[in-house]
Structure formats: C-alpha cells, structure tokens
Design a protein around this ligand. Sequence first.
Ligand code: TEU
Ligand code: CA
Length: 538
Amino acid sequence: MEWWKDAIIYQIYPRSFQDSNGDGIGDIPGIISRLDHLQELEVGAIWLSPVYPSPNGDNGYDISDYKNINPEYGTLEDMDRLILEAKRRGIRILMDLVINHTSTKHEWFEKSRRRIEPYTDYYYWASAKPDGSLPNNWTGFFGEDCWQWDDVRGEYYLHLFAKTQADLNYHCPKVLDEVKDVLRFWLDRGVAGFRCDVINLLWKDSLEDGENRLALTGLEHYLSLPETHDILRQLRRVLDGYKAFTVGETVFVTPEMARDLCGEGRQELNMVFSFEHMECDQHFVKWLKHDFHPKAFFKCLIKWQKELFWNAIYLENHDQPRSIPRFGSDGWWRESGKLLATLLLTLRGTPFIYQGQEIGMVDFDFDGVDQVNDVESRSVDRFLTAYHVPEALRWKIIARTSRDNARTPMQWDDGPNAGFTMADKAWLGVNRNYHFVNLADQENDPDSIWNWYKNLAKLRREREVLRRGDFLWLEATHRVFVYRRRWGAESVTVALNFSDRPARVGSRGTLLRSNYHRDGFDGRLLPWEAVILEDNGI
Ligand code: TEU
Ligand code: CA
C-alpha cells in the first residue's frame, strides 16, 4: 500500500511554529529543533506551509521566487538539512505548491507588466469595458473585487485572492513549463510531494461576465474545468518519475468532482481537501456563521466517507478557526479535544493534524482588529465598513472567523512567549492561555490531550482495521455519532457524544479506549465521551 495511506500528516505554519534566532518569527532551524516532537506523534510526513521568498502579503501564499527560501525562515542549506533530519526520523517533507498565482513582486510579473517576452502573457491582463468599468463582474475570495489596475502596463490584472496575488495564465504554455521546472527543483532536493493550493481553479475558460452570485461571481468560468484536469495529468507525469505524492486543496468540490481529481486511475492528485464539512456551520459564506449542528456535520462526513474511497481527513488548518471552540466545547476542553482527536484518527483516509491541535490550542484572545494580521480578515473588515456595519458587529464577525485564530504561535511551555521565541514580542500575539495550555505541561500529564493523540497514533499503527478498514455508520443523531470500521475478521466501533449531557448508544463491545477512566462499556456515554470498542462476534 502507498505510504500515504498509512501515514499521519502534520501541517506546520512555519511563521508560528518555533523561532530559533529571536526575531519573533518561526523558522526552519526552529522546525528542525522540534522534529523529535513530531516523531513522538508518529508523524509520517510534514506539510510545510510556504517557505519561499515572499513579501508576505498573504504570509507566503504570495511567492516571489519558487526556487529559494525566505531569508526570514533560513536558507536552502537549512531546507536541505530539514529534509535530511526529518528523513532520519522517518518523516517526509511536503512543500506547499502555490501555482494559481504569484506575488506581484515575482520577476515574471515585473517582466509581464513591462511586456518583456516571453512573460507578456504569463498573467491575465485586460482592459476596462467600453463603459470604463472593470474588465468583468467577477468577485474575489477575500470579499472584494478581483481586478487591479497596473500603471506600468496600462491594463488590469486578475487576482482571485489579494491584489498582490496575480493569477497565472495557463493559456500561455510557458507557464506550465515553469511549474514543471519548480516541481523538479524540489523533488531533486528530496521532498516527497506537494500540497497544491487552490488547485481546482487553475484554468479560466474566458474572462466573460459571470452569473451574479451572492459570493464568487464568475466561479463557473474557472471551477474544476476539463483543462485543469489536463494540467494535473501533465504534472503527474513529472511527479511519477519521483513517485511523489500530492494532496490538492480544492474549493467548492462535490464528491463527484473530487473523484475526478483524485480517483484511482485518474492520474491527477492522490487526495483532496474538501470543504463541505467545514461549511456546515455557515450560511452561504464563511463570515455568516450559525450554531454548529452536529447532525449536519455527521451527515456530511458520512457522505464523503461513502462516496470517496480515500481522502484527506482534517478538522483544522491555517485557514480555519480552531476545532475545539467550533465543534467541541470550551467548557469541556479536554474531553471534547480528545473526542475530536478520536474522530480525526478513526475515520477512513489520511489524517492531517494541524500544529497546536495535538495540545488543544483554541482561538486567539485578541481585543480588536488592529491585533489581526490576516489579509483576509482585513479585507473583510474594509468590506463590512463600506457597508456601514458597526464596529462591534464587525469585530464579532472577524473574531469568529479570522484565520489568525489558527495562526497564533505554538505553545511549547509556560516560559515567556510560550517558548515560541526569545524575542520580547512574537510576530503575532501569543494566546495568554499558554500558562495552562502548553506542551510541556501535557507531557507530564498522562490524561492530557497530547498523550491521547500519541496513544491513538499508536493504536492506529497497531490496528490495521483503523487504517484500511471500510466505514459503516450506525448512528448519527443530533449529538451522537457511531460508526464501525471493518477489515477482514477485525471490527471496531467508535461512539462519540457531541454534547454536554450523557447519552446512550446501541453498540456494545470490549472497551479499547475511552477519554474517561472506566472499565467496561454498557452503552452509556458521559458528556463529550469518545469510546473505541472491539466488536465481539460480528
Ligand atoms: O486557501 C484557499 C481558500 O479558498 C480558503 O481557504 C481561503 O483561505 C479563504 O478562507 C477563502 O475565503 C488557500 C490557502 O490555504 C490560503 O492560506 C491562501 O490565502 C489562499 O489559498 C490563496 O493562496
Ligand atoms: Ca526566526
């Protein structure tokens, strides 16, 4: 079986993981110094959010040089050392491949805006409509329009994300050649594969107006088009030479679209990050949240478990608020943190753990928007201000949805700045709760969230059924989720109580794990209890 079907993958947001030189910014030597932590968690691969040179308009998702390392994070030699040191611990490195757009500081863009060949058409350039309005009516992912005027070129360029992130034009064949070159550059250095940023948006079929939508007008002109599939198959040919792995970040995909992107035999991606389960607590757009209803969440997970043979499983990443306040309960922090760990590590697919999740880190404790760095949050704040939304409401919306909730520095111990940096101040506020949410404390506590993650990682390694077994749901009510994994003669049932009240389930079996101290299981679950049962005689 492919390594990635057995592995747990860990996502690092380098800026916030570990600072080694006291400038308040996480870096590659810092990551190297923490590899033992990841080895203890039995991590098989690390997905590194972007470490390339970048003016940090979107913290690395705006790349200005694909073949180098951001000096804030280190050097190419540091990167080589990371690859080597990780390998010594059985850990592979996955790079973030951001090829829908580049930074407007990239040399390609600088040349394109001056019409220097062969770069002239590397981006989507267009002039205003005859009436002087923007080239089309599309709207961008960060809540604002997606055309920016460039004085040098005398035209507008397309940016689906921030205005410093110009979309690459794959109608120009040279662009794909450049990307293939980038792949080879990193694969030759020993990386094992890539997480591919917004990879289902690459191809724009035309720049015509889109049908008006509440959000993302224009979507039908670029969402998972056939030419994007062609591009992915071409990239696969390069990747195959290295037996490399890819997971695509794919927005707005249905299970059907996902199967076309990562189904066996498609020769495109190995798996995708789908978003549907992350959208079940929102109306239309992520800024309009409603209460979390576990049942809708379970139904969505079941649908994806059934419809896709294999996929990426995740509850957190650098774009989403933390999972405990969102799907669990602050009041039952430890129990619900362990319950969510149980869900993540017992569904079928490759689990992704996001830094800090393994110690139950929660959302930021900022007081106002001036403490927020996230380009998306700032854009949304401008948008809401333009619509005269009062400040208190704006802050409420942003505090609940900001991507910075997941980007505060990793909480290693209860020393200054949680052991993240020796500087007086970290680049982004450290959560004051680090005095009681930190790794060092949890290492000494057998009942900690950290030890629960370790314990389940071990169970997953020991029990093939948890990795390869098929998935069958047994109960999905407004608060209880029960499912079975089966592999040959092995059968294991997982029962989860997503509520502050005791619950009953129909399943029985020999207790393998509970996030409470108990000897046997009679069908009664305590608040936020998670149990794993060995099924007898099925
Ligand atoms: O994210 C793409 C994406 O669609 C969202 O998750 C996005 O962060 C936003 O919340 C949409 O409302 C990827 C990266 O993960 C993200 O960090 C980048 O900002 C984005 O692409 C642009 O590269
Ligand atoms: Ca540093």
